[in-house]
Design a protein around this ligand. Structure first.
Ligand code: GLA
Length: 388
């Protein structure tokens, strides 16, 4: 956790006084199960995590928002609260705040000028939703009303997703923003992405924990591959719709696969249909405390993402296999979009050290990359936090 003394000192270095500063925290997320389901209208099962972005925020009387980040020390992002706002390729990270300010203003809100200092504990471009995390942080900072209740928080998530889809140009689903807006400590979020209804399920793992494993694979091509999968799912749905009417691909059953001639599209649909069933079983298993079953479902999810959806790759497969071979690890899978990024392992507390050393070593030998491991907890959704 970041010490607020240090953050305050940094804030004062850039902006002078830290009088009346508010401290906000926006979590990252892991998806426990339900991958590539949120743009197919199904149930997903993510959790907000204790790695995330801290933001120190102070209002002032000028018509601009000035943002400094610990990760980009020489850069400053200035956003007019009243004038034009355009993307700027000189500071790409600033486009998330630019988009959020613009969309919140266009929704009819007056935006107050402010200074902000950002500091992150969340690895970027690792599939733990650093973009959605930043979007939601800015939204909560400039429009605190959007954190007032669950309904407002869902609105915030939708608004941030629009920023990502339209202003940034990434066609993500709604899972990441909803997890960050509606996270709850010690719980996972069972979210229906078709109507945004949700429930919080206690994440009671007893003697086990969820270990995050970062492949550290440079994530290029993720966006184009992601968009390719999205379009394949749309085509699979269109093929089924020629014979029978369903709104979302998750509504299809195994029997409907016969209507999809193209074998690749058929495999994509097979993943979506089977993954949806696994999400429902995983939530049940967790409610009953059946962790062995949950572990099997994680394994089956990874196998389907590898063989049917083809979004894993040598790095994720190697790390997941290496973890799975450690005694005490009862399930593992990639999390997020895939093509690199992070995986999770459901592992007994006593086996964590062994897993980090041995799986890390096997992974390094096979790929030449050094994996990183994070042992974090779950978190509440974005909002003001007491000084830390
Ligand atoms: C990324 C997207 C999400 C979701 C996952 C895959 O994280 O941002 O909307 O589609 O990939 O489950």
């Amino acid at each position: 956790m970041h010490n607020s003394e240090i953050l305050r000192a940094q804030f004062e270095k850039h902006f002078g006084s830290s009088h009346n500063v508010r401290v906000l925290f926006s979590p990252g997320r892991v998806n426990i199960i339900g991958e590539h389901i949120d743009y197919n209208g199904g149930l997903v099962f993510p959790a907000a995590i204790s790695l995330g972005i801290y933001g120190l925020v102070q209002e002032h009387e000028r018509d601009e928002i000035v943002i400094r980040s610990a990760d980009f020390v020489d850069e400053e992002v200035r956003i007019s609260t009243k004038g034009d706002i355009m993307p700027d390729s000189k500071t790409p990270w600033g486009n998330y705040p630019r988009g959020v300010v613009l969309y919140i203003r266009n929704a009819g809100n007056t935006i107050h000028g402010m200074n902000m200092y950002l500091s992150s504990t969340l690895p970027k471009s690792s599939g733990l939703s650093s973009s959605a995390c930043l979007e939601c942080l800015i939204a909560a900072a400039i429009a605190p009303r959007l954190t007032e209740d669950d309904f407002s928080r869902a609105r915030m998530a939708l608004l941030c997703q629009r920023v990502e889809n339209e202003f940034i140009g990434v066609q993500c689903g709604i899972m990441d923003q909803m997890s960050i807006a509606l996270g709850k400590k010690n719980h996972a979020l069972l979210l229906n992405t078709a109507d945004l209804s949700f429930s919080h399920i206690p994440l009671d793992l007893g003697e086990h924990l969820i270990l995050i494993m970062n492949t550290k694979k440079p994530r290029n091509l993720v966006e184009s591959k992601y968009n390719e999968r999205l379009s394949e799912c749309r085509k699979a749905l269109a093929a089924i719709n020629k014979i029978k009417k369903i709104e979302h691909l998750v509504e299809a059953g195994e029997d409907d696969l016969q209507y999809i001639e193209d074998p690749v599209l058929s495999r994509r649909a097979r993943h979506v249909i089977s993954e949806q069933a696994r999400v429902i079983q995983a939530a049940e298993a967790l409610k009953k405390g059946n962790l062995v079953k949950l572990g099997h479902l994680l394994d089956a999810s990874h196998a389907s993402l590898k063989n049917n959806f083809e979004v894993t790759g040598i790095e994720l497969d190697t790390l997941v296999d290496a973890a799975r071979n450690i005694e005490g690890c009862i399930g593992a899978r990639m999390t997020g979009a895939g093509f690199g990024g992070c995986a999770i392992a459901l592992v007994h507390k006593n086996a964590v050290e062994k897993l980090i050393v041995h799986a890390g070593e096997i992974y390094r030998k096979k790929t030449g990359l050094r994996a990183e491991f994070y042992q974090c907890t779950t978190s509440d959704g974005v909002g003001i936090i007491p000084e830390v």
